[in-house]
Write a protein that binds this ligand. Sequence first.
Ligand code: NDP
Length: 447
Amino acid sequence: MGFDYDLFVIGGGSGGVRAARVSAAHGAKVALAEEHKVGGTCVIRGCVPKKLLVYGAHFAEDLADARRFGWAVPETRFEWPVLRDNVLAEVERLNRAYTDTLNNHGVEIMLDRAVVTGPHGVRLADGREFTARYILIATGAWPMVPDVPGAEHGITSNDVFHLEALPARVVIAGGGYIANEFAGIFHEFGAQVTIVNRGETILRGYDETIRDRLLQISMTKGIDFRFNCRFERIERAADGVLRVETAGGDTIETDLLLFATGRVPHTSGLGLEEAGVALDPAGAVVVDADSKSSVDSIYAVGDVTNRVQLTPVAIREGQAFADTVFGNRPWQVDYHCIPSAVFSHPPLAGVGLTEGQARNRYGSVRVYASDFRPMKNVLAGRNERALYKMVCDSETDRILGLHMIGPDAPEILQAAAVAVKAGLTKKAFDETVALHPTMSEELVLLR
Ligand code: NDP
């Protein structure tokens, strides 16, 4: 049976672009539909512009610290429109680069919304219909906004990069990745930030001591936290100010409300269930270890499967799909020991089991920690301490988890994660000579 394409990819984000490009390189005839911009959440409205804002925000501390290092820094002023426009220009450049890569590999890009019409059928919003031997769903996830009266007055991470002006006061709903990263960014830019969290912990899933340290540092900086706090309603007053009423009866006045309350798989209206594709209760495409859905010709990778909502994981899933289905080189993604980081101020990062998870699984574990004030912070008079923590199996000495908070923690953890993934022991770290003076030397000096 002849199909228009070997592969039709719906969604031009990290997973979809990788799968399309590699499948084409393996010789497949590939089309990719994207309703917004090629690059997806990570490049257009996520990791990349966020990290650039984190860099921009960090200058607030760097400029203040510079004076302690002898620099006569004149009075400084932050201009949001300059950073915003430079970041958006970089996003445009990346969008073009991703588009060029696909074009260079012969992938046909269709800038339109596509829906599935059957196991081999796809229809674009402009009415055109195509057939494909395989369809890959790579539509990602979308910010979830809680059902609260007045929620339409808030924005999500999709909108935050485009703000006309910097708000003086920001309320952030949620206590996860986006909440803590943007709390740091807005705080450094000079806004008064309040995090409103429905539970009593931030960053569920990260090691408790590490997130406690972030909480303590953030509170010391002046970020306000409300825990066990639910929104009752949000109203916009005539003067433009938002009034956020909480279930406890408190009203918080703010200029901006950012919902950072999780992201849900982007499957609504895609025609998947009608085509026989099973979705889980959260709306995620249910897939096997090869990313194949309940329909043999339909696969899914990335956030839309709700396995691990991280860009490098989506990229691996896209690569494994392409190599397996079109490259005659089957392999499956290994989800064990995935490092992750939160680009808060300061950032934190972790790999493997938290202390709590390790105790539940292994019973007895040994924990080594270094709680120190980085040299630069000492001279800068900045009273912020870093914390590194290694969790080991007490019988074998094997490292089960490594967690850190402090300057450059994600950069340091990426290298150390290789050792944890390789199953090395604490002894292997002890036997490595320290590189002095660095922060990362603490890793081989843990007691
Ligand atoms: P997270 O899952 O990190 O956090 C969601 C937060 O919202 C939690 O505090 C959660 O509380 C709370 N929440 C969930 N539902 C509701 C609700 N109905 N009402 C009120 N609060 C609610 O999501 P984010 O939106 O911050 O980020 C989405 C995903 O994007 C992340 O999970 C991550 O995978 C990815 N991401 C990764 C980054 C990185 O790698 N650095 C950066 C940004 C995003 P509770 O804990 O009680 O569930």
